[in-house]
Design a protein around this ligand. Structure first.
Ligand SMILES: O=C(O)CCC(=O)C(=O)O
Length: 305
């Protein structure tokens, strides 16, 4: 079955509003159409949906296996949806007011998220999304070239778990479109692996700020019952913390893939070989991650031998 979906673009950079479908009654061919639209627009908004939790989960399952949030407590664990929905309530501190792609501290960050706006303030609490393809494509050629040869360490420090770390390419290639996008974010990315800590701070600061250039963004004003879905591989998002009333969202998350680089890292990790010094603390987290990684590589080698 094919639907005449009514699609309205919302900015020059990304995002479209979609009407003419009830997400609670989507079958596989319609889900396929929606996924194509998502690939094209990177973030979609479906007003007036009000899905039940079961419908929300069932819609998400069209796009892959779902995962609960690895770090944030799920209020619904015990009542039948198997922990697949998590909720952020502003009154409990759930305001994601730093630019991020979701759960990039994992080796396989989610590919997609589907959010139901359950309760929103009358005014304020908009969410912005940024097009990370454009953020990459509009860098100068030398900076694009440098970034393609780099990787970055991400951690779950915002969730109180700085020891949960993963390394990803700074520029990733989208598995469906083949396009390259900038894959570092303000919230979870700590360090460019191949640069010194000071150099990394400067470049990361520049890149994470650049992604949020208004030219690359769309800003959405919510109504209760709207559902948004975004492609986490090529976007970042940010909640505008300018409200005082309650704001509650529920999200399902489609499990991820390992971000692929355009090319292997061009340099070795920057690891100090001189004696430990006061400034060594800047390298501790990276060295710990690399130590764990080489430990598990060694264990795998032994297992395989
Ligand atoms: O509350 C929102 O609008 C976005 C929530 C968010 O940042 C997330 O689910 O990762």
């Amino acid at each position: 079955m094919s639907l005449a979906l009514d699609v309205t673009r919302l900015s020059g950079a990304l995002g479209a509003e979609v009407r003419g479908v009830s997400l609670g009654k989507v079958d596989a061919p319609v889900a396929e159409e929606i996924e194509k639209l998502l690939i094209e627009h990177q973030v979609l908004f479906f007003p007036d949906q009000h899905p039940t939790r079961e419908e929300h989960v069932a819609f998400g399952q069209h796009f892959g296996e779902l995962e609960g949030h690895p770090n944030l407590k799920n209020p619904f664990n015990d009542d039948g949806d198997e922990g697949m929905i998590f909720e952020l309530a502003a009154s409990r501190g759930g305001i994601a007011d730093e630019w991020h792609s979701d759960i990039t501290f994992q080796d396989e960050p989610s590919i997609m998220a589907i959010l139901h706006m359950v309760k929103c303030p009358e005014l304020g609490g908009d969410t912005l999304w940024a097009n990370a393809y454009k953020a990459y494509e509009e860098l100068s050629p030398p900076l694009r070239d440098l970034c393609e040869g780099l990787t970055a360490l991400h951690d779950a420090a915002p969730h109180g778990k700085p020891e949960a770390t993963s390394i990803h390419p700074v520029v990733r290639v989208h598995p469906v479109t083949g396009r390259k996008s900038l894959f570092v974010n303000e919230h979870f990315t700590r360090r460019i692996v191949e640069l010194s800590a000071n150099e990394s701070d400067t470049l990361l600061g520049y890149l994470t700020d650049w992604v949020s250039n208004p030219r690359f963004t769309v800003r959405y004003s919510w109504q209760e019952g709207t559902v948004a879905m975004w492609d986490n591989r090529c976007t970042q998002h940010f909640v505008l913390n300018d409200f005082t009333e309650e704001r509650i969202i529920q999200r399902v998350t489609v499990m991820g893939d390992q971000p692929q680089a355009a090319e292997p890292p061009r340099w070795e990790p920057f690891v100090r070989t001189r004696l430990a010094a006061a400034t060594s603390r800047y390298d501790l987290q990276l060295n710990r991650h690399l130590g764990r990684q080489s430990g598990s590589l060694e264990a795998n080698r032994k297992e395989g031998s």
